[in-house]
Design a protein around this ligand. Structure first.
Ligand SMILES: [Ca+2]
Ligand SMILES: [Ca+2]
Ligand SMILES: [Ca+2]
Ligand SMILES: [Ca+2]
Length: 463
């Protein structure tokens, strides 16, 4: 080493060891789905000799291979929606070693993977909804002769429910849900499809009245009564409507604090089947009147659901650990969704009882990468954007859009955040911003919509 020190470091000196100068950039951008060489390392040796390259380290070193001549490749795909770098921020970090003439030099390189929209275009079609609460499929008269195809329903917390033309965004007031009532807020609206000719098919809304009773109200068929879901004086919990794989209508009711989700005497934290009367069975029965029947428990803050490939899915929001999507069979008993013993797969108490329904998808509660503050149930996409076909698209109120291929969602295994595709960048709209998604809907033409918290409605198209 004394000989090295005495050489004085002169890079051009003829007597000391040569030195290496790195001539390639320390940072580069790479668009997702790139293959082959994504970066080329280069360096020169002061004596003009050859330099070779290896991967020497860095947080993401194991994902890369490099040729001796400097061409760097990634092992596996570069997918912006599913980053594989150590901290999942799409900035891949590695250290490259240049060697030659008996010396070597390590240098860090960061490769930032940038998004490609992959054929997804999102168009804002309407604005100005006030405190939007729900968005839903609307027409129950199906093709080929729906009266007005291509419309969806949007409901506001104040009670107005609009039909919105999915082509033009024009809105028509369908109903004021609180007309003649003392309002608190509209909690959800949803079209119960149950086949085109189903007696109960139609648009329904869940209303919380000023006395804190909650009723289910139906709009597009006259002479039907409300169904009472919660009595006056009930806690102000969320409620979501969903249609099960048994074609029955369900109301998923959130829990209160302290938790009563496992208390059989409380309607809170429960899944209620909206049991139908035969409308022709007896004069004493009110036609169209549902009787809620508790069929499941352990819900915390249900965020919607529906039927996918013949199985029923429900979303439930965590408050500290995990959000979850659960598949369940509506006729299975018991139906237990876990709260307050679990959020997702995470036990919240010591020695919790075995889970009755294990989640299918979980992701962490939080505001870090690939975390969220409240899941929002979605739908299977079947519109023109090929990239999303046969994906279940859903969201998080933090402003995230997620997707997961149906093949994964329905394979019977548990899937966690690293497997979810973060579609937020792909969903960047032409104008406006998708803030907290309120909900997702499709119309009878197969088009797909996102409604957000500040009242913008977006349609998801292909390019
Ligand atoms: Ca991608
Ligand atoms: Ca990173
Ligand atoms: Ca993309
Ligand atoms: Ca917005």
């Amino acid at each position: 080493m004394a000989a090295l020190a005495s050489c004085g470091g002169g890079s051009g000196g003829g007597s000391g060891p040569p030195s290496i100068s790195v001539t390639s950039s320390s940072a580069a951008n790479v668009v997702e789905n790139s293959s082959g060489t994504i970066y080329t390392a280069s360096a020169t040796l002061s004596n003009g000799g050859a330099v070779g390259f290896t991967v020497a380290g860095g947080a993401d070193a194991s994902l890369f291979s490099i040729l001796n001549t400097g061409e760097l490749r990634i092992i596996g795909a570069l997918d912006f929606e599913r980053p594989r770098d150590a901290n999942a921020d799409n900035v891949y970090e590695l250290t490259i070693r240049a060697s030659g003439g008996g010396v070597s030099r390590d240098f860090p390189v960061t490769l930032t993977v940038t998004n490609d929209k992959e054929g997804i275009s999102v168009t804002r079609i309407a604005t100005g909804f006030t405190n939007p609460a729900c968005v839903s499929f609307l027409n129950t008269v199906v093709a080929p002769t729906p009266s007005q195809p291509g419309r969806i329903a949007v409901g506001e917390a104040g009670g107005n429910i609009y039909a919105v033309d999915g082509t033009t965004g024009a809105k028509t007031l369908l109903a004021d849900a609180f007309a003649g009532r003392s309002a608190d807020k509209l909690l959800d609206c949803r079209t119960y499809r149950q086949g085109a000719s189903g007696y109960y098919a139609g648009l329904y809304a869940v209303l919380r009245n000023a006395d804190a009773s909650v009723v289910l109200q139906r709009f597009d068929r006259g002479g039907l009564k409300d169904s009472v879901l919660l009595p006056a004086g009930s806690a102000a919990v969320g409620i979501k409507l969903l249609e099960g794989s048994d074609q029955q209508f369900y109301a998923a009711v959130g829990d209160s604090s302290p938790s009563v989700a496992l208390d059989a005497a409380s309607p809170l934290g429960k899944l209620h089947k909206l049991v139908q009367y035969d409308p022709y069975a007896g004069a004493s029965l009110s036609p169209g009147y549902f009787t809620p029947q508790i069929v499941g428990d352990g819900l915390r803050d249900p965020a919607g659901g529906g039927t996918i490939n013949g199985k029923t899915l429900i979303a439930d929001r965590g408050g500290s650990k995990e959000h979850e999507l659960d598949f369940f069979a509506p006729d299975a008993r018991p139906l237990g969704f876990g709260w307050p013993n679990y959020e997702g797969t995470e036990p919240l108490v010591s020695s919790p009882p075995a889970a009755i329904i294990g989640p299918t998808v979980v992701y962490p509660f939080g505001t870090g990468a690939r975390q969220g503050t409240g899941i929002v149930a979605g739908l299977v996409y079947d519109g023109p954007a090929n990239e999303l076909k046969a994906h279940y698209v859903f969201g998080d109120q933090r402003g995230l859009i997620w997707s997961i291929p149906l093949s994964l969602l329905t394979d019977g295994y548990l899937h966690k955040a690293p497997e979810l595709e973060n579609r937020t960048a792909d969903f960047k709209p032409d104008v406006g911003t998708i803030d907290a998604p309120v909900g997702f809907a499709t119309d009878d033409l197969g088009r797909f919509y996102v409604l957000d918290s500040d009242g913008e409605l977006f349609r998801v198209d292909g390019t």
